[in-house]
Each structure stands twice: as C-alpha cells, then as structure tokens.
Write a protein of this length. Sequence first.
Length: 410
Amino acid sequence: MQDIAEQLLAWHASGRRFAVATVVGVTGSAPREPGAALAVDADGEVVGSISGGCVEGAVYELCRAALASGETVLERFGYSDEEAFAVGLTCGGVLEVLVRPVVPGADPALDAGVALIAAGTPVALARVVAGPAGNAGSTGSAGTAGLLGAAVAVTADGHHGALSPGAAGAAPLERAVVAEARAMLDAGRTGRLVLGLDGRPCDRRGRGTVTLFVESYVPAPRMLVFGAVDFAAAVARIGRFLGYRVTVCDARPVFATARRFPDADEVVVDWPHRYLDSQLDRLDGRTVLCVLTHDTRFDVPLLERALRLPVGYVGAMGSRRTHRERAARLRAAGLTEAELARLHSPIGLDLGARTPEETAVSVAAEIVAHRRGGGCLPLGAGNGPIHHDVPRGAGHGLPTVADRAQPTTL
C-alpha cells in the first residue's frame, strides 16, 4: 500500500470513501508480493495493482461491492484448468486478497495508518484476515467474534485503533498483537501472525485462533553512490527507478552537483569515508553501497569501513587488476577474507555492458539477484520456480520479503 499511500491520503483528506484490496497471502508463482494493493474510490477511480492485470477486473468489482455493502471480504484467486478464461492467475499461483471499505474518520487504525505511511513514519498495520466469523468490529460473548478486517496501526511508541472496541475480552489478544507487530516493525518484517484468542502465539491456523497480516512500512531503502562520474548518473537513475533513496557523494565540488545528478535525492560534497561515518545510524540490511570512484585515495578508506557494516550490498567498480590491487590494500588494512568476500568487484553482472546506461543495468541486475537469490541465468534455461527468494539466514544472510513471515529487504 505504500506506493499508493499519497493518493489514499488525498482521498482521505477530502472525506472520500474508498475500498482497499491488499494481497495478504501468496502460494506458488504470482506476479506481486504480499502487501501489494489496489484501491477504488466511490466514483470508481482506481489506483495501484495487485496482480499485474490477471485479476484486476474481478478485484475492482469486489471493491465496488465492498463500498456498497460496507463489509470486509477475503477472496482467493487461482488458475482454472477447466475454464481457461476464468478469473484467475495464468502463472499458476494463488492469491489471497483482503478487501476492506474505508470511511474516513470511522476507523482510527486505518486513518492513522494512511497518514503515517504517507508521512514516511515507520508503522506496522496489523489486519485480521482469518478468525471468528462475523463482521469486523462486532463482538461475541468473549469480545473476539467478528474480527475480519479489524486493524491496529502500531508505531515504535504507541498504537492506534482497537481490534474490538469496548470489548474487554479482546484485551489480551490486542496487547499481543501490538507487541508482535512492534517487534516486526523493528525488524522491518512483513508477514502473517497467528495467535490464540488469549494472545498466545500459535504454530498454525485452527479453531480458536486469529490470523493477522502485518505490513511494516519503513522509509525507502538507501543507495549510496560514491564517485561523481558519468556511470554514477546512470546508476542513480536506475536506483531511483527501483525504489531507493539515492545519495551521490564525492569530495570534488566541481563534479558533485545537483545539476549533474538530477535523479539523486541528494548530492553530498564530502570525503566518502567521512560521509559514511556520519550515516551509521541510518544504514541497515537493505542499504546498497556502489563505489564507483576506482581511486585508492577514496575507495580503500571507504571500503575498509563499508565491508564491516551490516549493509545489504557493497560493490566497487574497476578492472580485475584494480580489484586485485585494491584487495591487497584492504588486506594490509586488516580486513579478513570473510569481510573481503562480501565485496562485489568488479561491480555488476557480465552482460557485455559498455555504456553508462548498460553498466547501470548490470549493477542493478546484480543487486536484485543478490537480494532475491537469483542464479543469473536465462529464465528459459531452468525448470524451477521463477520467484525464489533466499530464506533468511541462507547464503549472504540478507533479509527477504514474502508472505511467509519473512522480513522486507533492500
């Protein structure tokens, strides 16, 4: 929902009713990940996408129906072999989609969530996708019935909304949801959460449990591009296209100008290693560092620090000879072989790239492959799944994104 938050905020501010359809579960191959969203307002205007076109028409109608009825629904979409043109995913996967009507001012959690997401404030939005039957917001004898679609917006120091307003029986469950969602927000995770009605964690969904989909919205991941060269302009452009907040840094003011790098969110004039030292509290496992200086005065002090930081990717430009000489200098500076193994150098995949734009595609391809665990082979050369995110802790150890309670990434 983060990619359509600005439009939702505009609708919300104008008092316009809308319905939001969110992908809350994926099985098999599917074009979009959990958290993808589509919204339809009362006038029929649509923003966002949940399937790249496969089921958009059907979801649009569900949103219209939800606006008319005021009811939250959970729908599954899959491929039908018997009816080739049936509403479904031609890729063979299954999507679970939660459709919820939104009336501005009527739901404190969604009201706060939309505003916080649009403002760039970290927030976890926890929504009930399975549990006791009934309508969201109604209560049963224990105060837990009818929770489908109920939501709580959780920040680092508070929360907005309630699972079942005024129902004392829902208090233990709500406290557990807030605590678990806050932990997921702290880790930058998006995924499912299954709890018993008393708030205790459960291994699987079953009778007497509530399943929630928790979306953690955190600021855009950062791409730091060091070296104000022509390749940097192309890398900054493709980095922004991929959704990164891009910074270009160089110690030479004549080259590091906003005019030369219009696609960068910021251009910094400073020694690369000194600037990196000033950013330690703003770096995380999603951060990408592209060192394009290929000048030992700049890149050796920078890489000596970068390769010891818990960032997602560090790549450096240069010839193979430059790489060998640079590695020798880094060993002399005290880096271990394990730390040196984290360096992607020469940066990028072997695409035969020559121009800055082609080189930027090569760099971006390596970043995506590293993040997702891609084999860098033509898709037609294999028979396995097209989407194969690396499990947490495997390979390079980067966090990954999925509906299977895995963390968000680069």
